[in-house]
Design a protein around this ligand. Sequence first.
Ligand code: FB9
Length: 497
Amino acid sequence: MADTGVLEIILKRIEAVDGGVDSQDVATSLSVDHQVVVGAVKSLQSLGDIILAEQRSSKHWELTGEGQETAEKGSHEARVFSAIPEEGLAQSELMKLPSGKVGFSKAMSNKWIRVDKGHEAGPKVFRMVEKIDDSVQGKLVQIQKGIAADVDEKEKNELKKRKLLTEVTVKSYWITKGPSFSTIITKQEAELTPEMITSGSWKQKSFKPYNFEALGVALDCGHLHPLMKVRTQFRQIFLEMGFTEMPTNNFIESSFWNFDSLFQPQQHPARDQHDTFFLSDPAVSREFPQDYLERVKKVHSEGGFGSQGYKYDWKIEEAQKNILRTHTTAVSARMLYKLAQQGKFTPVKYFSIDRVFRNETLDATHLAEFHQIEGVVADYGLTLGDLMGILHQFFTKLGITKLRFKPAFNPYTEPSMEIFSYHEGLNKWVEVGNSGVFRPEMLLPMGIPEGVSVIAWGLSLERPTMIKYGINNIRELVGHKVNLQMVYDSPICRLDS
Ligand code: FB9
């Protein structure tokens, strides 16, 4: 609350005049800073409709520092004229004077002085008139005294160009009586206390009006990253579709589970350094289910289960290499193997959402890691139609209804399909994921029974998050350059809206 003395002075001033008072004038008359009066205006406004305050701005001219010096000592050209004696002054000497350079040219253009270049010692400057009228100084003095009625705008702008004058905009409040005007300031209570009620004193008090627009106090708490908000939405969609989340808490994986178990041949380009991050320590894993490993080796090198295999010399050393997993399908492989080991097969629906790592070329939408979302359904007699159906159900929950499927290739699924959705905003079909039916060469060596088929699909978490939050460069979403305020300010996420 501003000093009540200032508040009361303002109220008394308003009462004393017809019309209103200007906050700048009040500040000047009280010899206080204008902000003190502005604070008082805000305080009065918070007490109800005691005053009306309309913001306005006015412009006036003020002398600059150089302008004040000129008003006091005369213009540069006048000071140069005064410095030239009857017998004249060497131009070189004149230019050394503080006002020399500016004053010389002005005095010459005013025809107050002339230069005689016929002297042996160099050019000499002489007066051309007996006396001068220093109009520049005269105008500045008039403006300084506030009696510059006959100094027109053109002349003022000339002085402004010479940096002798400047135009100042002053914001102020025009303060008038409000509907509840009074010169008595009654302190408004901010809260109704039990004592006021029991004593009845509330009847004599005035209360501050409720501000229903007031926001709650912003809690200084943690904030969820947009990726985590979108992950929760995807998790919710899978859960309501009856899926169970897979354990994905191992970023490090053996090549065996990441590639070999998925019937991805050891010479596949995705398995070399430029696509995959290999670990130096521990460089290898050695513990695998031996019987299963033998079946994987056989199906790669000789074929089996109706497949001719890849007919290459499959090496355990390649399968033992540790990597950062390139997809969460490695986790799906582990879960399907575990399912096959439980003896009697039961249909399952699994999902996972977690980080995967690829040694890829970085660009505005691709980093060396992303979060993969994967859905897996295992049951007897599942077909591509079931896959298309569950994809329509899944994407509809994301608000995507127009899907198209395009034949594609994955080493571990046959058939495979890329999933496209029509983006109304971009007016084009965009890829929203990949999918397929896991190959028998992957499932049968695990011990998954004949007749059981497993359909699966995947997409990234970053792409939908960037779309949802209107982020164009992935480095604004993840990484060390992320603006944390974006995280604090990011709104809640509802994927179905
Ligand atoms: O997410 C992708 N696109 C996408 C997804 C959603 C979306 O908007 C949401 C509805 C609001 C918008 C776009 N893509 C897959 C397609 C492209 O972005 C692609 O350029 C990038 N892909 C990643 C891999 O890139 C190296 C996205 C990532 C991806 C691709 C394939 C799979 C998983 C993630 C898979 C799989 C799979 C296939 C068969 C069986 C099991 C898993």
